[in-house]
Design a protein around this ligand. Structure first.
Ligand SMILES: Cc1cc2nc3c(=O)[nH]c(=O)nc-3n(C[C@H](O)[C@H](O)[C@H](O)COP(=O)(O)OP(=O)(O)OC[C@H]3O[C@@H](n4cnc5c(N)ncnc54)[C@H](O)[C@@H]3O)c2cc1C
Ligand SMILES: NC(=O)c1ccc[n+]([C@@H]2O[C@H](COP(=O)([O-])OP(=O)(O)OC[C@H]3O[C@@H](n4cnc5c(N)ncnc54)[C@H](OP(=O)(O)O)[C@@H]3O)[C@@H](O)[C@H]2O)c1
Length: 521
């Protein structure tokens, strides 16, 4: 009998997981709490566009329709594209909509036995003979609860949705002290465009954060309000947010997304020769960073606005923190419609927000916290067992321990897709799902738990070295070819996908390098 695979979430990752498990003859059932596929693309801030060029954010076997010509399509085009993918591959019939997974529980050997395993699941096999997962789901329409027993679970709950990151404040200094409204960017995104515009119109707005949600919302404030009601952006860290992907006219992909650029960084598991080369090439790596930084500084006039970051561009791209600055954002700053305020720490008072160390608050009517999401907690909370929650969380001073960014070595019959970030999350989720489908199909086996943990530690060292305090984002963006190489080798594919030495070394890698027709080559 075909194995049952339970998939939590029908965003891009869940759809890919569904498609690739189906392709190997498994029976997937996808649980989705919303009424539609698409995850984050079902509800975004009105002006949201793709940040990744469309050519890099596409399914390897399903091109964008010819009607979409923009390099950075708007949210509706992205949403339609994702829906069309689900329809084209007939995935909808496998999805249970309005069905929230309240928790999952492993029904198998006791914790003590699991702790003694040296191989994943005890045998190294993806499907255990002794255990199954119990998936407890709530039907959000009938409010009934159901239990499904499945052989394998793929958790695709997303990193940037559902559970907002709300800063913590001392007693009486949080939102409760403020006379106005405080919402998270997620709530703002949930409003339709008209309601959102109405919400901020004529209001003194403070936006907290300096990444993509914050930039987009601040820009929307300038559409609704004039200089008499400027939007103040409270930022903790200045970032190398980019105006475009063409520093001094050179495509960024040629500088950071090819094999050559990866030779300049120390890689997890590199040998002596590659390590030596990365050391020798360090000055070049530094020059690349300075080259890009000088372009951004010039185009966005960062020195004038006092927003020159103190870290390098390499650090930024290695942390997947490259946000595209909305067009004319800094023009609005110069017009006085957006005010940028450095605020390492702040608290609320009756009439506004007080930056630590200052005595006069910035007065406001509305505060929008564009402070990101608690992806780790959302993922951990899906497990009913504290032991599995602890395995998933790992150690407090290391990033979430996922082998190949998919498998927690101690948690049997389960994989995670879409947690660790890259510069194109669709492309990365797709190759992971193909890798996972091959693993489930028995094409290859995982090494011992010890070996997997060693590998996880090496990646953790890489993350700490290049992403610094952002290591928990688990960004593989600046090393995605090296990462993909490992998945390819596991699956028995040739990792070198380009034609010719120079193309292999200098051409940026993207989803079309891994099209199924050439997959086995
Ligand atoms: C506004 C926005 C724009 C972005 N733009 C880009 C971009 O340009 N380029 C890029 O590479 N990345 C971008 N990202 C990152 C984005 O998260 C990924 O590209 C991708 O869409 C994530 O897909 P996912 O399926 O992993 O997660 P999600 O899209 O978050 O999907 C998770 C799904 O799981 C469901 N779910 C969660 N918990 C449960 C549960 N307990 N039970 C049932 N269902 C559940 C949710 O309802 C959701 O449908 C963007 C993110 C946001 C928020
Ligand atoms: N395609 C698009 O147009 C689009 C639109 C929106 C979002 N996205 C994507 O969605 C993901 C989430 O983006 P996001 O902007 O919502 O979140 P994010 O990238 O996690 O950024 C959170 C921001 O909030 C700040 N912050 C967090 N905690 C804070 C605190 N306690 N006090 C002050 N500031 C705090 C962070 O500052 P520090 O840097 O100092 O930590 C950062 O500037 C990203 O991958 C992003 O690229 C894409």
């Amino acid at each position: 009998m075909a194995r049952q695979v339970g998939i939590v979430g029908a965003g891009i990752s869940g759809l890919l997981a569904c498609k690739y498990t189906l392709s190997k003859g498994f029976h997937p059932v996808v649980f989705e709490s919303q009424s539609s596929v698409g995850g984050v693309w079902t509800q975004t801030v009105g002006t949201t566009r793709l940040q990744t060029p469309r050519s890099n954010y596409q399914f390897s076997d399903f091109p964008w329709p010819s009607s979409v010509t923009d390099d950075f399509p708007n949210q509706h085009d992205v949403f339609d594209y994702v829906k069309a993918y689900a329809q084209h591959f007939d995935l909808l019939k496998h999805i249970k909509f309005n069905t929230k997974v309240a928790g999952i529980e492993y029904e198998g050997p006791p914790d003590e036995e699991i702790r003694s395993w040296s191989l994943w699941g005890g045998t190294g096999e993806p499907f255990g003979s002794k255990g199954k997962w119990k998936v407890i789901v709530e039907d959000l329409e009938s409010l009934s609860t159901e239990i499904y027993l499945v052989d394998f679970v793929i958790v695709c709950v997303g990193r940037f949705s559902g559970l907002p990151n709300i800063p913590e404040f001392p007693p009486h200094k949080g939102p409760e002290a403020f006379h106005g409204k405080v919402i998270h960017s997620m709530d703002y995104a949930a409003m339709d465009n008209e309601k959102a515009a109405e919400f901020i119109k004529g209001k003194r707005v403070i936006v907290v954060g300096f990444q993509k949600s914050a930039l987009d919302i601040a820009m929307e404030c300038t559409f609704a309000n004039g200089v008499e009601n400027p939007c103040t952006v409270f930022y903790r860290t200045a970032h190398w947010n980019v105006p475009d992907y063409l520093p001094w006219g050179i495509p960024l992909g040629y500088m950071y997304l090819n094999r050559f650029s990866e030779l300049m960084v120390h890689k997890p598991g590199e040998g002596l020769l590659l390590g030596l080369l990365a050391t020798i090439l360090a000055p070049l790596r530094w020059s690349y960073s300075k080259f890009v930084e000088s372009d951004i500084k010039r185009k966005l006039r960062l020195a004038k606005h006092g927003t020159v970051p103190t870290h390098s561009f390499l650090h930024e791209i290695s942390s997947c923190l490259i946000s595209t600055v909305p067009e004319k954002f800094y023009d609005k700053v110069e017009e006085g419609r957006i005010k940028l305020k450095k605020a390492p720490s702040f608290s609320f008072c009756h009439n506004g927000v007080l930056v630590e160390g200052e005595t006069t608050p910035v007065e406001a009517d509305v505060v929008i916290l564009a402070t990101g999401f608690k992806g780790e907690k959302k993922l951990g909370d899906i497990f009913l067992s504290q032991t599995f929650q602890d395995y998933m969380a790992g150690s407090p001073d290391a990033a979430m321990p996922l082998y190949r960014e998919c498998i927690q070595p101690h948690i049997p019959q389960l994989a995670v897709i879409g947690f660790s970030e890259s510069v194109s999350n669709l492309y990365t989720s797709e190759i992971r799902c193909r890798w996972l489908a091959e693993l489930l199909d028995g094409t290859f086996k995982l090494p011992s738990i010890k070996e997997m943990e060693k590998d996880v530690t090496k990646w953790d060292e890489y993350l700490k070295r290049y992403s610094g305090e952002y290591y928990r984002r688990k960004c593989i963006g600046a090393l995605h070819v090296w990462y993909n190489d490992q998945l390819c080798k596991d699956m028995g594919w040739n990792p070198r996908r380009k034609k010719g030495f120079f193309a292999e070394l200098f051409e940026p890698y993207g989803p079309l390098d891994y099209v199924p027709s050439s997959a086995a080559s």
